[in-house]
Design a protein around this ligand. Structure first.
Ligand code: SAM
Length: 278
């Protein structure tokens, strides 16, 4: 098995994480953990396992994301199911989850995650705060079907999935927090032709108006759904911090600030709806 892994790693030279990719693919083929691979490094692959592993490595060498090839990705404290219908959850998005948990002190809060995709943000919040009521929306039923699988797998009963355009499915104006990681990439951004982005749904990535159209729409709609003192929390591109702060400021949000990810880049902007504004 060590030889097969070493060979696969050398074949995946275009990947930044060739060794990890090879381990994840082989662990998937064998139905084992990566730890098992270390422990049983002299295990001899059967012909069938060898062929399956080679086929997956060939797809990976063509650029297909590992998460789609194995159908799962770690996020927060879980392993979430993913498919090409949804964005692959990113570690940067955990910053948004951490901020949401810090911002809302209420034990029985009502929170929304707009554009939930695999359910990543909503699942993390519902898991960490079992007394919160979490509502997650997405425009696309394929995404909601996958989120539903993850909700069931984690046995969460405080999370409701709703279909619709951003805030439209939210019936009442009683939210303590509205969070979203919306599409924010410009259609002509050269990154769209690189890495995992080539294989992810455009509907999860691309927004008009230099990538800001969905952020602007959410910021407008969220105002009417937030309680006074409620927070809006938006993930965005690392060069969009100023534009997002301006948008929130113009709409009347206060305490507007941008937080940086672990690489020190602008990543999440928040704003508060105060009682007297607008
Ligand atoms: C960047 S992905 C984020 C997915 C997930 N929240 C995460 O962080 O991994 C954006 C999500 O917004 C959804 N979306 C796009 N347009 C939408 C709209 N008009 N209303 C609701 N959701 C939308 C997409 O289907 C996609 O799941």
């Amino acid at each position: 098995m060590s030889a097969a892994l070493a060979h696969a790693t050398s074949q995946l030279h275009d990947s930044d994480s060739a060794e990890l990719d090879a381990q994840l693919l082989l662990a998937h083929v064998l139905g084992k953990s990566r730890t098992w691979l270390y422990t049983w490094s002299d295990y001899a692959l059967t012909d069938r396992e060898q062929l399956q592993f080679q086929a997956l490595c060939a797809q990976r060498a063509q650029g297909h994301p590992v998460a789609y090839l194995i159908g799962k990705r770690e996020f927060w404290k879980f392993e979430l199911q993913v498919s090409p219908e949804v964005l692959i959850p990113r570690p940067e998005t955990e910053l948004l989850v951490e901020l949401a948990l810090q911002l809302v002190a209420t034990t029985d809060a009502k929170v929304a995650d707009l554009g939930t995709g695999s359910g990543a943000i909503a699942l993390a919040l519902a898991h960490e705060r079992p007394r919160w009521q979490v509502v997650a929306t997405d425009l696309y039923l394929q995404a909601l079907a996958l989120a539903e699988i993850n909700v069931r797998q984690l046995k969460l009963t405080n999370l409701t999935l709703l279909a619709g355009n951003w805030c439209e499915p939210l019936r009442y104006s009683d939210y303590n927090l509205i969070a979203s990681n919306p599409p924010y990439i410009d259609k002509d951004d050269p990154h769209m032709a690189q890495g995992d982005l080539r294989f992810e749904p455009h509907t999860a990535l691309v927004a008009a108006n230099n990538g800001l159209a969905d952020i602007q729409m959410i910021a407008q709609q969220a105002w009417d759904k937030l309680l006074p003192g409620g927070y809006l929390l938006l993930e965005h591109g690392w060069q969009q911090g100023l534009a997002v702060r301006n948008t929130l400021g113009e709409l009347g949000y206060t305490r507007v600030q941008t937080c940086q990810d672990y690489a020190g880049r602008d990543r999440v902007t928040l704003g508060c709806k105060v009682e007297t504004a607008r």
